[in-house]
Design a protein around this ligand. Structure first.
Ligand code: GLA
Length: 674
């Protein structure tokens, strides 16, 4: 059904979606007419409408004002623009919080959020849920069959964590469902330690501000619970709109590297994954983590196209210094998303606001109006997006998978008491992803539950916490002939955050062919010399392990320090596969070289081998065609790509043979028959 709904959506949109958040409630009706005229000029075919409009739709409890929305929906429809209609529940109106202040989320330290922003609700609050259901029902009743409606956008950027009494009540229910009886919960949380044993369910609360550290298993369950409590809100609204009409896709928008919601679990409940992303234009390398996010979002729904739901047309306004996207950068970032599977290019927001917190956040239509650099670039891109419509619905293939797991992230970052407490999961993931990106390898992102059959190489960045099923999936992948590249401090604890028995790295001792006696985090500034068996030297820092080889062999050993002569990198044959375990943090070049050698040895080749790193190269395909995306991130260097056979550059409509030259900050999208 999901595929069917998205297929119908693409048909109605006529290719890739182009547009942004549209907030007409902030403007007079005369402006709406100018908006649609300029939207057409810019090639807009989809807007996300009403995202924060609750206060305008229900100015008093139960008193609805839909007239303005009727008019806007009609106007958009008359102008051929589809509507991604939002339930406005990310912005509860002031009358609601005034009447029911218990809806405001309480923070871990007991302080309560106040009014004046957005996302100011406790997802467990029955009152919030009741009012959210009511406005959602009214919208669904009224607009489900409006001809402009092409998609439902449920709420916005689900995210608040709440420590309210209602959250405690809901947490207890969640725990009862998970553990069944108190004994199981006491075991899972190791409550004999420091005498935390519970004797009644009503004694359990959300992790309120503790005297010193919080029980690590309780925190972990609270993270899972928070993700699920938010998801319950999403599902409740989704089911309301779906009860009125089943053939319209329903989704919500996610954020980049967002820790509070397990997006693997969420994506199962959506028709497509959608991402809001605001790479800092001041960071010249921000397109690399963006590429990872795009790969993640494509992977969240098993390789299906995803939606770029929000980005900035130029500067954002939330940093201390908000630099513009220089000419060409917005286009390049947008094409980058499409190159990695997005079927849309959308922005926050259509028209720049005159007031409010984000009055300097750029928009498709900036304060300076249509006669502006940004609007010209937006309109040019709108034309190009239309030219790329054959790409809509196409997918891609990869031989390498990178494991990305919210449970592992929470285990590594949420809890004190680890041998070192400054792990950054996004950083370690990016460290593993970057050399693959630089060498133009197609990479998918996987969860411990994903199908690993399509891949030859599985990269496992610091998987400290992994459940039994996930550990078995990684092990089975190697046993069946795959190559596993795993980093230190993996497989250590079970799903309850308890150290696995029989020595580190519990879940993966047989897989890596070594036992670790102790983890030896390095002191600040400490570096150690390492030599690979082939003679190459490297440096190690940050982390070491007192490792004892069992079936594994040393691929590299320390040549100094107390661990001199011991393995720093282990290789192990396992079943029909191979495992390489990095027991330390190697310097970037040595790490990259080892990863790339192993990828090559596993039989994975990039078809863009040898091309410079500043030229990002990816492929989307369907049964008949492939689409080569060539994106030049350098502002100074040209790049030339040899081509076998012939194709057409969709952006220029010109045939290409022999080679393609891509200008600085330029792009080419070559369509070729397969
Ligand atoms: C997110 C938020 C919006 C807006 C944009 C731009 O979408 O939910 O309110 O802040 O980012 O920053």
């Amino acid at each position: 059904m999901t595929d069917h709904r998205m297929h119908a959506f693409r048909r109605r949109i006529g290719g890739l979606a182009y547009g942004g958040d549209y907030n007409p409630e902030q403007w007079r009706p005369e402006i709406w007419r100018e908006d649609v005229r300029l939207m057409r000029e810019a090639g807009v075919n989809l807007v996300s409408l009403g995202v924060f409009a609750w206060a305008s739709l229900e100015p008093e409890p139960g008193k609805y004002e839909f007239g303005w929305l009727d008019e806007v929906m009609d106007l958009l429809h008359k102008n051929g623009i589809g509507v991604n209609l939002a339930t406005p529940t990310a912005a509860p109106p002031v009358w609601l919080t005034h009447k029911h202040p218990e809806v405001f989320p309480v923070m871990a330290d007991g302080r309560r959020f106040g009014f004046g922003n957005r996302l100011h609700y406790d997802p467990s609050s029955p009152i919030y849920r009741e009012y959210a259901a009511a406005i959602t029902t009214r919208l669904a009743e009224r607009y489900s069959y409006h001809p402009a409606l092409v998609m439902w956008h449920i709420s916005n950027e689900y995210g608040p964590t709440a420590y309210n009494e209602a959250a405690s009540v809901n947490f207890r229910l969640w725990l009862r469902r998970r553990y069944g009886d108190l004994q199981a919960l006491n075991d899972a949380w190791s409550t004999r330690f420091w005498g935390q044993v519970y004797t009644g369910w009503d004694q359990i609360a959300v992790p309120e501000h503790p005297r010193t550290w919080m029980n690590p298993s309780r925190i972990l369950d609270f993270k899972r619970f928070t993700s699920d409590a938010l998801l319950e809100c999403y599902i409740a609204e989704r089911d309301i709109v779906r009860s009125y009409r089943t053939d319209i896709p329903v989704l919500t928008n996610f954020m980049r590297f967002y820790r509070n919601a397990d997006y693997w679990r969420w994506a199962e409940e959506e028709d497509a994954a959608a991402l809001d992303i605001y790479p800092d234009p001041a960071d010249p390398g921000s397109h690399v983590p963006a590429a990872f996010q795009f790969d993640l979002f494509r992977s969240l729904k098993g390789g299906r196209p995803w939606l770029l739901m929000e980005q900035a047309a130029s500067a954002v306004s939330q940093w201390k210094l908000n630099v513009v996207k220089e000419p060409g950068r917005m286009r390049l970032g947008s094409l980058q998303a499409v190159s990695r599977g997005a079927d849309s290019v959308m922005f926050f927001q259509w028209r720049a606001g005159r007031g409010g917190q984000e009055r300097f956040h750029s928009a498709m239509l900036p304060h300076s109006g249509p006669d502006s650099r940004t609007f010209r670039e937006v309109a040019d891109l709108g034309r190009e997006v239309r030219l790329l419509s054959p790409v809509a619905g196409t997918t891609s293939r990869a031989g390498i998978a990178v494991l990305f797991d919210w449970n592992g992230w929470w285990g590594l970052e949420e809890v004190a008491g680890l041998p070192r407490n400054d792990f950054s999961y996004p950083e370690t993931v990016m460290r593993h992803y970057t050399p693959l990106w630089e060498h133009h390898h197609a990479v998918d992102v996987v969860s411990p539950r994903s199908d690993l059959n399509p891949y030859k190489v599985l990269v496992v960045p610091n998987a400290y916490l992994i459940d039994d099923e996930g550990a078995e999936a990684v092990t089975a992948f190697a046993r069946a002939g795959g190559t596993v590249l795993m980093s230190f401090f993996s497989g250590v604890v079970d799903a309850c955050n308890r150290v696995r028995p029989d020595g580190y790295p519990g879940a993966f001792r047989r897989l890596i062919g070594a036992k670790i006696d102790e983890y030896w985090p390095a002191r600040p500034g400490e570096e150690f010399a390492v030599r690979f068996s082939g003679g190459r030297t490297a440096t190690a820092s940050w982390w070491r392990e007192d490792i004892h080889l069992e079936t594994g062999t040393a691929l590299a050993t320390y040549t100094d320090g107390l661990l001199a002569g011991r393995a720093a990198v282990v290789a192990n044959s396992f079943g029909s596969g191979r495992v390489v375990y990095f027991a330390t943090l190697l310097n970037d070049d040595a790490f990259a070289a080892t990863v790339l050698e192993e990828v090559r040895a596993a039989g994975v080749r990039s078809r863009f081998e040898g091309l410079p790193a500043h030229l990002e190269c990816t492929v989307r395909e369907d049964e008949r065609h492939e689409y080569l995306f060539l994106l030049n991130h350098s502002a100074d260097l040209t790049a030339t790509v040899p081509l076998t056979g012939e194709g057409t550059d969709l952006l220029t409509g010109t045939p290409v043979t022999g080679e393609v030259t891509v200008a600085p900050l330029g792009a080419a999208v070559i369509q070729r028959a397969r």
